[in-house]
Design a protein. Structure first.
Ligand code: ZN
Length: 466
């Protein structure tokens, strides 16, 4: 690798800077810029081969491998040529049709969200047909073995290497002629050629580059786990995104049983695909019908809650949006958005004032998508504003109502793509009323669903509370 001109890299967001600054210009974090060149090679040391890591075969364990629903053999993935099934049809779809030979996939997410669980399940599945090395600097072989047993994984050709020194891992992988290599995690592995400590930007990038070279040279697919870090001492997976072929992130919140994995980069498949899992005693299980998994609502609906039909990862999803407005106590009003675009929230508040007749300038405003999903489409405009109106008026919205639609600057309600598909999904999940843009009215009636079309935000507010 030639040394690039970039001297400093942000641990948090991966932004590069030619000189050191106290604050990252990209993400605004303080003291996150790190010297990316401090990883100067200690030795030339490429020719000499490191001794192999000691790998331990997994013993014992039960019968059922695979991540798919056990009673659903047809959902077991059948991957196209050149691809290896991961054992999960959901994950295969997000990968673009299975694991590509020689590809490097980064799996990022909060600590404890299920990254190791998912990849241990994948490793065990692939190991039924070819040797797999699971290298962990996080846990001992016994701990990983205990987890595998708890998950009921059949070990097959799965070997665990409790090892953090990358050259030793790669020597073991070559000697075993593995069909898959898992690195858990990139923050714990290190290259002894570098003076920099494990977990820093220089080590992360160097180790990732070495893994990419190994994958391309050997044709071995590599999965890399990267912890998303909140505190500034460890570099996060963002600094690696440009090096790898595919980037997957866990997107859900750890408090929920459900787990979403989203592809944010994929050289071998579509970007934005989502895989849905539920965290069970026995590991991550696919959710076959994810469209309503975010809808665990209480029987009495409180003010500030409304269900929308989002479209994420190519399918409709029913998601609860919550809004809370609270009289401001001091200073500037707060605008906080979880899973929604905060900039757009500010714009929508102005529209609500001018065209909905509701002023929130003396209120703190909080908006949240239940379940941790991030909504990236404007279809959530209308339901979001209705939840805020509902919270302000302290009046609940009907429990059987769904709404979606974009709201423009002049207070118009605009149609969104896949309107009929969204309405059908809402009806299928038992909703009885829908509030949408006039141009989203279905051509034929949808059984069980009364659809009301509006063209103005004010009409939508009237209807919802009418
Ligand atoms: Zn940054």
């Amino acid at each position: 690798m030639g040394r690039s001109k970039t001297a400093f890299v942000c641990r948090s967001c991966g932004a590069e800077s030619p000189r050191w600054q106290g604050q990252c210009a990209q993400c605004g974090e303080w003291n996150t810029l790190e010297d990316a060149g401090s990883g100067a090679s200690r030795t030339a040391g490429r020719g000499s081969r490191a001794p192999a890591a000691r790998a331990v075969a997994l013993l014992g364990a039960g019968a059922d491998p695979g991540i798919g629903p056990g009673d659903h053999p047809s959902s077991a993935s059948a991957a196209p040529a050149g691809r290896t099934p991961s054992g999960s049809a959901e994950l295969d779809r997000v990968l673009g049709g299975g694991i590509v030979a020689g590809s490097v996939t980064l799996l990022g997410g909060d600590p404890g969200i299920g990254k190791s669980t998912l990849l241990l399940q994948v490793a065990a599945q692939v190991a039924a047909g070819t040797p797999v090395l699971y290298a962990t600097g996080e846990e001992s072989a016994a701990q990983v073995g205990a987890r595998a047993a708890r998950l009921g994984l059949a070990p097959g050709g799965l070997q665990i290497a409790p090892e953090a020194e990358l050259p030793r891992i790669l020597t073991a992988a070559r000697e075993m002629r593995v069909g898959l290599l898992v690195i858990d995690s990139i923050q714990t592995v290190f290259s002894p050629d570098l003076e920099a400590g494990a977990g820093g930007v220089a080590q992360l990038r160097e180790c990732a580059a070495v893994l990419v070279r190994f994958a391309k040279d050997s044709g071995t697919p590599v999965f890399i786990i990267g912890h998303v870090t909140r505190e500034g001492t460890i570099a996060g997976p963002k600094v690696l995104e440009h090096l790898v072929d595919t980037v997957l992130y866990f997107e859900s919140d750890a408090g929920s049983r459900h787990r979403i994995v989203r592809a944010t980069k994929n050289r071998f498949g579509p970007v934005g695909e989502l895989a849905f899992f539920a965290m069970m005693e026995t590991g991550l299980r696919e959710v076959a019908n994810p469209s309503a998994i975010f809808l665990a609502r209480p029987s009495t609906i409180a003010p500030g809650s409304l269900v929308t039909v989002a479209r994420e990862g190519g399918r409709p999803l029913l998601v609860e949006i919550q809004g809370l407005v609270d009289p401001m106590r001091f200073g500037n009003p707060r605008r906080v958005a979880q899973g929604l675009d905060a900039t757009r929230l500010a714009m929508l508040l102005a529209v609500l004032h001018r065209h909905g007749g509701l002023s929130l300038q003396d209120h703190d405003v909080f908006a949240n998508v239940v379940g941790g999903l991030a909504l990236r489409e404007t279809a959530s405009d209308l339901p979001l504003l209705l939840t805020l109106a509902s919270s302000l008026r302290d009046r609940p919205l009907p429990a059987t109502l769904v709404a979606f639609g974009e709201v423009g600057l002049t207070g118009e309600v605009r149609p969104v793509a896949y309107g009929e598909e969204r309405l059908r999904e809402a009806a299928k999940q038992g909703f009885r009323q829908a509030l949408v843009a006039e141009d989203n009215l279905p051509r034929k009636p949808i059984e069980g669903l009364t659809v009301r079309g509006v063209s103005r935000l004010a009409d939508a507010v009237d209807y919802a509370f009418g």
